[in-house]
Design a protein around this ligand. Structure first.
Ligand code: ATP
Ligand code: MG
Length: 148
């Protein structure tokens, strides 16, 4: 079965990209994978020297949070649409490389043109730029109609 991978970071732009991908998956009869990449200790509190147990706990919590985030996005955007098979996955690693890896088994990779990043005026975020340059399969960069 054909597979479409969509990058989900929780931003409205990535939800719009997922909405587009759901329609495309329906047209192609493809399965859809919504992927959220997370980096375990990014944003972790500075706890000083941490024990092994603390670190395991931080990583486990971060994984659960990442999985909840992407599951929530899929529930919100796809709802109980039974016409499309969608799975939500959380992958450890930098977003662009996780998406590029996942794209090896896919026929299409979909990302929003922007994400959560704060720099106004940029047309493309760094993740969209990297996947556009390095994806092993065709890429759709979904631009929101109302994005400046
Ligand atoms: N952690 C992530 N996991 C999965 N997909 C992601 C992740 N971060 C970004 N993406 C995908 O890439 C798209 C563009 O986001 P990107 O991060 O490139 O833009 P930005 O956040 O505006 O800028 P930057 O992160 O470079 O400051 C998002 O709409 C989403 O589809
Ligand atoms: Mg970003």
């Amino acid at each position: 079965m054909e597979r479409i991978v969509v990058g989900a970071d929780g931003s409205e732009a990535s939800k719009d990209a997922l909405r587009w991908a759901v329609d495309e998956a329906r047209l192609r009869g493809a399965e859809l994978v919504a992927l959220h990449a997370w980096e375990p200790l990014l944003g972790a509190p500075d706890v000083g020297p941490a024990s092994r147990i603390d670190l395991v706990e931080l990583v486990t919590d971060a994984y659960e949070e990442a999985l909840q985030l992407v599951t929530g996005i899929v529930e919100e955007v796809v709802g109980d649409d039974e016409a499309v098979e969608v799975s939500a996955v959380a992958v450890e690693g930098a977003a662009a490389s996780a998406l590029i890896d996942a794209a090896r088994d896919a026929s299409l990779l979909v990302v929003g043109s922007r994400g959560h990043g704060g720099f106004e005026g940029l047309l493309l975020g760094s993740v969209s730029q990297q996947v556009a340059g390095h994806s092993p399969c065709p890429v759709v960069i979904h631009r929101r109609p109302d994005a400046g």
